[in-house]
Design a protein around this ligand. Structure first.
Ligand code: GRF
Length: 214
């Protein structure tokens, strides 16, 4: 499965995905795209021998689509990408575009909710449980159908920094697990009929039947 990764920042999620893809032939990161020329994620991609591309204008859907098509991307992963994906790109990759968010959506998400602001909001709300969400990308920030969530406990003495570090470590486990599950399911992320995520990250029964050679 050919995976394109969109990044804006340090790229530790990208790094976790690159490492996971080294251990399998099910998925391969073929291009890393950023809206920021100086992001460390681009350095990680280059160090791993992966093609990179910097967007002149993140709102230019046709330009982004051209990059994804040029690299024959089959799955698009937003890993710390802070811009809204243009609607034509979301449509072109329906059910094939994932985002990771450092909280249990739909709580603590939406426009402007990223980085330490998320964890400050969790602590400010007095939540005793936070977590990581991987969801399908739609035209609105953090609103797509949820594919997978893993819980992360909040400690009484937590600061935004200590909570962020605990959540990030779980992100580095959940994102690769979901991407590889999606790759094994043919890259099309279908939700179970009764809602919710993959059953134990296995392809949904209807999809599994399609994938099982008769
Ligand atoms: C992560 O917390 C991710 O959930 C959020 O942005 C951060 C990206 O971190 N979308 P990194 O660039 O992967 O280190």
């Amino acid at each position: 499965m050919r995976v394109a990764v969109l990044v804006s920042g340090s790229g530790t999620n990208l790094q976790a995905l690159l490492s996971a893809c080294e251990a399998t032939h099910d998925a391969r990161v073929v291009v890393v795209v950023s809206d920021r020329p100086g992001s460390k994620a681009l350095v990680r991609a280059t160090d791993a021998g992966v093609a990179t591309h910097v967007l002149d204008d993140p709102a230019d859907g046709p330009a982004l689509l051209a990059v994804l098509r040029r690299h024959q991307a089959e799955l698009v992963v937003l890993a710390g990408y802070l811009k809204l994906v243009p609607a034509d790109v979301v449509r072109a990759f329906a059910d094939r575009m994932l985002n990771i968010h450092p909280a249990l959506l739909p709580s603590f998400g939406g426009r402007g909710m990223y980085g330490r602001r998320v964890h400050e909001a969790v602590l400010g709300a007095g939540a005793t449980l936070s977590g990581v969400t991987v969801h399908l990308v739609t035209a609105e920030y953090d609103r797509g159908p949820i594919v997978a969530q893993w819980p992360v406990p909040v400690a009484a003495e937590d600061t935004a920094e200590t909570l962020a570090a605990r959540v990030l470590a779980v992100e580095h486990q959940l994102l690769p697990a979901v991407v590889l599950a999606a790759a094994r399911a043919g890259g099309v992320v279908r939700l179970l009929p009764h809602g919710g995520a993959f059953a134990a990250l296995a392809p949904p029964p209807d999809l599994a039947r399609q994938l099982t050679p008769s």
